[in-house]
Design a protein around this ligand. Structure first.
Ligand code: PA5
Length: 446
């Protein structure tokens, strides 16, 4: 089971200071469980893992099989919560050099609709021009510009390359049950489709088809991912005592640090495969907390890579930060450092050691240095980087985020700030219905 260590934050927040939040965490748990918190129509994630049935997993797997059989490449079109969860899990589980080592057993998974880069889309369509490809179109609203733009291009290309009948088989929609252009299109074209439950917001949706289908298409064990989340749902339940509940402890420690002036949390990993877990985490916490002039700013670094860039700032910059390290106890492979007769690089003192031992000593050395430098360190450890432990990690963060937002007294489940750029973009592009805004913005720009 995932472990949480708060002892290296004790110089700033002691165990007693964290424990002082016990009753507020209990109230937060109650508000989530009883649905009395702000945004209570978006609490579907809370008991989502335990509600997933083997039949549902089988249905996802059956659709994944069709795509795996019919496609060499599958493009997942989506942005934000409709993208980052799948990307994070796939990157964490797949070979670091998947592009180069793909043995044809699994389709190549590509992502689009998460940016509007013309070169990106051009190069993607060029790459796909000789591929048997399919598309998973993911959008809860069904109207997100980035995703809709990419999907229109990909749909046309897929139909042209593979014919309308095959395209119908290899395009899958994951969207709202009734609303939005993605639903209209899926129903009209007769695509296989999955529903994003009304009460699950994008950034909490990785354990719905939004994440599960792409992860299954990539060839990973979604039953184990769900099992990990189910176990964590139990381990973080309201009935679990505060002192034994990792999500409650993490939420309380973060809040204590925040009130002690630590406004920035840096999520640290020592495995390049975890890079996108950090991106997913940043969205989860950033979009949930950052409102009403409040919220911890979620940042991330990949160590030891970034020790050679951001390490300086972390060690000696402004003391408004704390770190949360995700540590993986056991790598999936073993690689011993070789001895060398000439020892020209002077590294024979490492001969016979596992590379991971060097990595772990870098981790420990960094923790000591950063704590000495005034950076409180929280540490989350998982025994392996596999589907089961990723499931635990995902639910752990979701629950902690839900709890922490109650402490902050913000609505964890809306994102009103995201709309501001969209209104201006539509006005600037002359979207019908935005005439007044177009006029206003033109005047402002002169
Ligand atoms: O967390 C969220 O709600 C957002 O990040 C959305 O997932 C993102 O904006 C994409 O929205 P949609 O799925 O409606 O296309």
């Amino acid at each position: 089971m995932l472990k949480l260590d708060l002892t290296k934050a004790a110089a700033v927040v002691s165990a007693a200071e964290v424990a002082a939040y016990e009753s507020r965490i209990a109230a937060a748990q109650k508000a989530l469980e009883e649905g009395t918190c702000a945004g209570n129509d978006f609490l579907g994630w809370l008991h989502l893992p335990s509600s997933i049935t083997p039949e549902f997993i089988a249905e996802i797997k059956a659709t994944a099989e069709v795509l795996r059989k019919e496609c060499d490449a599958v493009v997942v079109a989506g942005i934000g919560g409709s993208y980052l969860g799948a990307k994070a899990v796939i990157e964490a589980l797949q070979n670091s050099f998947q592009w180069l080592v793909n043995d044809g057993k699994n389709p190549t998974i590509l992502f689009a609709g998460n940016n509007i880069g013309e070169d990106y889309l051009f190069e993607l369509t060029q790459y796909l021009s000789d591929k048997r490809f399919g598309v998973i179109n993911i959008s809860k609203s069904g109207t997100t510009t980035e995703t809709a733009l990419a999907f229109r291009l990909l749909k046309k290309q897929c139909e042209q390359q593979r014919g309308k009948d095959v395209a119908r088989k290899v395009i899958v929609a994951i969207t709202d049950a009734k609303r939005g252009a993605a639903r209209t299109c899926a129903d009209k074209e007769g695509y296989k489709s999955f529903i994003i439950p009304d009460n699950v917001g994008g950034r909490f949706s990785v354990l719905t088809p939004v994440g599960l289908l792409p992860i299954a298409v990539a060839g990973f064990d979604i039953a184990q991912l769900v099992k990990g989340a189910q176990d964590m749902e139990q381990a973080t339940a309201a009935t679990v005592p505060f002192a034994e509940n990792p999500a409650a402890q993490y939420a309380a420690a973060r809040y204590a640090l925040y009130t002690a002036g630590k406004k920035i949390e840096i999520l640290v990993n020592y495995q390049p495969k975890l890079h996108y877990i950090s991106e997913w985490w940043k969205q989860l916490f950033g979009e949930s907390e950052g409102k009403d002039g409040k919220g911890i700013y979620p940042a991330s670094v990949d160590f030891t890579t970034d020790l050679h860039s951001m390490g300086q700032w972390i060690q000696q910059g402004e003391r408004t930060i704390f770190e949360t390290v995700i540590s993986v106890e056991q790598p999936e492979h073993e690689l011993l450092f070789p001895s060398d007769e000439e020892n020209l690089d002077g590294l024979n003192f490492l001969a016979g050691k596992r590379v991971d031992e060097v990595n772990k000593m870098a981790e420990l050395g960094t923790q000591i240095a950063h704590v000495d430098g005034g950076v409180p360190n929280l540490r989350i450890s998982i025994s392996r980087l596999d589907a089961y432990h990723l499931g635990q990690l995902i639910y752990f963060f979701e629950r902690a985020c839900g709890l922490h937002c109650q402490l902050l007294d913000v609505n964890a489940f809306n994102q009103p700030g995201v709309e501001a750029y969209k209104k201006n973009m539509f006005a600037l592009l002359g979207k019908p219905g935005y005439e007044k805004e177009t006029e206003e913005i033109r005047k402002r720009l002169g």
